[in-house]
Design a protein around this ligand. Sequence first.
Ligand code: SF4
Length: 361
Amino acid sequence: MARPFQLSDPVRARQLADAIAILAPPRPVKIVHVCGTHEMAITQHGLRRFLPDTVEVLEGPGCPVCVTPTADIDAAVQIAEAGAILCTFGDMTRVPGTRLTLEQARSKGCDIRVVLSTDEAVRIARETDRQVVFFAVGFETTTPMTAAILLDDPPANLSVLVSHKKIPEAMGVLLGMPGTNIDGYLAPGHVSTILGLAPYRQHLGKFEIPVVVGGFEPLDILYAIALILRQIRDGKGFVENGFPRAVADEGNTVAQLLIETVFESADVRWRGIGTIPNSGVRLRPEFSQFDARARFQIEGVTGDEDIPGCRCADVLTARATPTDCPLFGTRCTPLTPVGPCMVGSEGACSIWFRYGGRELP
Ligand code: SF4
């Protein structure tokens, strides 16, 4: 009988590290993941030390806070300035907009509340006569939760500022960008529990590079990296499920139905990347009465996203590591963030600062 898979098994870890060393080609290989949770696990557990020098693993646009464009932050600030209660997740309050962060808007008297769930925003709306707006950010893991509140008889004074994004579409666009040079993707396990494998095949299949869904335990990640390297060694490139204990090929069809019922695809802007066709969502016309942009007549003009000296755009497209930025750890720290990658707890710069990514030269 096969040994059960254990999540902290030093023998298994050594076996995987040995397999990775054998499978790694002599040429440099760049593996990109798109998930702050992956970066956290890789960095916190020092997994890069298990990899040969030729194998580099970097975070791409995997931090939803970091890729939220200034237009959406500015819209949230405008709504709060108009007198609404603006509810959002914690990290969003510190991301720079064109004029202000939400935290700065709060210090000027705006009512901005940090919530831990979409339900909390609904509860706040039920307890007041004031307008309440939920600033909805995140990838396919949080989109169904936003959909669920709109399908559950929400109070009339609640509306949603939608800024959800879709990961596979961005992964495809990244492959076509100059200088990204991606040899394989470690796809996010939690997003994949919702999506299944089909969207990766749809958006990445034509590139014929390894795309392996990985879990978040250190052994899951090493296993997925070994699968990517095996595909590279064999000259193959397909979508593979390295996290079958949580991810079904078809994904979570109930969550998919929630998303489909409430949202339709939209072209949206990703900070650091630009506008990607169909890489986000907007409310379907049947739910337009909950659209905060319409309710508050917000146009949402993209402001200046260039922060002098900040290399977030390169970090978010896996063309630079955080320590390639001259401001890393000097002017830019989690207490004094210059760019969004140092603000979001899932941002690569913030994670590398807190846990040490690659050793500084
Ligand atoms: S270290 Fe700071 S300034 Fe540099 S890329 Fe990261 S967030 Fe931007």
